[in-house]
Ligand binder design. Structure first.
Ligand code: ADP
Ligand code: MG
Ligand code: MG
Length: 251
């Protein structure tokens, strides 16, 4: 099975409150899917759990990468199995340059050394597509990066690490149009038979630049409906009230 599969995923937070209530999602390799939904529906929680965030308790379900369960794997092991996870607010790591971090991350993912030449080759290509200059490489990781720079840097990481599957959680607030375009260029450059992605977004506008193969709508911890790109346009026009009704109908 060449796909990322999330099967009946249930998860709760420390208080015992259930946030994910049976998420089912299949993303075949080669496809880009969007997950949309109202604020608080559990989209970011889903991304974090796939990343292996230990602060959530998974009470049922599975996450399978090409048929193999990653449930018992730590975050770094999941990365070695081809998963890439970027976050709305990546951590700042003072003292580690961006280039060093990227090379270490690539070596960790591949489980072997990467020559400086090979590494810089990949970097150059990615920087060109992102219209970014090399000065970003010697800066400390995320230290003083603007929101747009962090976002662009996530996409740089994506392009250098070349994962099989990526979950990209877009912030609901304040990505300017330039940042959106950069995200889109990077994701569109990655598009191909060996890459699958989930784009999490509250707004339709990102999907003007990246045409998803499938759009899923998450409400109250479940995917309540799925469709083509036209579903995103319908949500943009009509809002989320009608899908909340679907959640009620689904129980
Ligand atoms: P979305 O990304 O769709 O806006 P989230 O996954 O961020 O939704 O949040 C879903 C719900 O779970 C929200 O009500 C949020 O407050 C709650 N939640 C998520 N993570 C935590 C946490 N670590 N502690 C407490 N509540 C949380
Ligand atoms: Mg939110
Ligand atoms: Mg969110």
């Amino acid at each position: 099975a060449n796909q990322l599969e999330i099967r009946n995923l249930h998860a709760r937070i420390e208080s015992g409150e259930e946030i994910l209530k049976g998420v089912n999602l299949v993303v075949p390799k080669g496809e880009i899917h969007a997950v949309m939904g109202p604020n608080g529906s559990g989209k970011s929680t889903l991304a974090k759990i796939v990343a292996g965030d230990p602060s959530y308790e998974v009470t049922a379900g599975e996450i399978l990468v090409d048929g193999q369960s990653v449930m018992e794997m730590e975050a770094d092991e999941r990365a070695r199995h081809g998963l890439f996870l970027a976050f709305q607010y990546p951590v700042e790591v003072p003292g580690v340059t961006n280039a060093n971090f990227l090379r270490l991350a690539l070596q960790a993912k591949l489980g072997q050394d990467v020559s400086v030449m090979e590494f810089y080759g990949k970097l150059q290509k990615a920087l060109q597509i992102l219209e970014w200059d090399e000065s970003i490489l010697t800066r400390y990781l995320n230290d003083g990066f603007s929101g747009g720079e962090k976002k662009r840097n996530e996409i740089l990481q994506l392009m250098v690490l070349e994962p099989t599957y990526a979950i990209l959680d877009e912030t609901d607030s304040g990505l300017d149009i330039d940042a959106l375009k950069v995200v889109s260029k990077g994701v569109n450059a990655m598009r191909g038979p060996g890459f699958g992605a989930v784009l999490i977004t509250h707004y339709q506008r990102l999907l003007n630049y990246i045409t998803p193969d499938v759009v899923h709508v998450m409400v109250e911890g479940k995917i309540v409906t799925s469709g083509g790109p036209e579903l995103a346009l319908k949500l943009e026009e009509q809002g989320y009230e009608w899908v909340k009704g679907l959640a009620v109908a689904a129980g």
